[in-house]
Ligand binder design. Structure first.
Ligand code: ADP
Ligand code: MG
Length: 163
């Protein structure tokens, strides 16, 4: 599924909409270049989960923890230089405690992750504020929710080419 965001508000709204259907233990990976809108999406997800404090980029801290309807772990692994460092993040503990985990630059460490996640690839579009977002469900948890994802994100879905 491909989504089109025309403004930062759209991208945040996509995150808020996702908050309606996440459950404890979910993992979401955000891929895309610097400035693609990964943190904007994270802020929307946090808002949708009812996180009161501001969500800031975790670039220098690796993991930030927020309390909402569910606990949210927000990671940015851009600065990880080796896959081995991912082990030190204690990812399996994060994923096991009933929280939602959101990882920016997640594709870098995907070999160290369970093969059960929702991956969003954010690309710059042609217009300045346009972003195209490719959504990939990996594993049973997210494959089972593809239809409901398509529903909550319907306003931003790209038309499928018709023949
Ligand atoms: P990343 O975390 O991917 O490095 P950020 O979310 O921190 O990127 O920053 C994205 C920047 O792009 C912000 O300054 C935001 O205002 C701007 N922007 C412009 N259009 C969009 C859009 N459609 N979606 C998300 N961000 C956008
Ligand atoms: Mg970021």
């Amino acid at each position: 599924m491909r989504l089109r965001s025309a403004t930062p508000e759209d991208t945040a709204a996509l995150g808020r909409a996702l908050a309606e259907l996440v459950v404890g233990g979910d993992l979401v990976l955000l891929c895309g270049d610097l400035g693609a809108g990964k943190t904007v999406f994270a802020k929307g997800l946090g808002a949708g989960l009812g996180v009161a404090e501001p969500i800031t980029s975790p670039t220098f801290t690796l993991v930030r923890e927020y309390e909402g309807r569910l606990r949210l772990y927000h990671l940015d692994v851009y600065r990880l230089e080796h896959l081995e460092e991912a082990a030190e993040l204690g990812l399996s503990e994060l994923l096991d405690d009933g929280s939602v985990t959101l990882i920016e630059w997640g594709d870098v460490i995907s070999p160290a992750l369970p093969q059960d996640y929702l991956e969003l690839h954010l690309h710059l579009g042609e217009a300045d504020d346009e972003r195209l977002i490719d959504v990939v469900a990996v594993g049973a948890r997210w494959s089972a929710r593809q239809r409901v994802l398509a529903e909550v994100w319907a306003p931003w879905r790209e038309e499928e080419p018709s023949c």
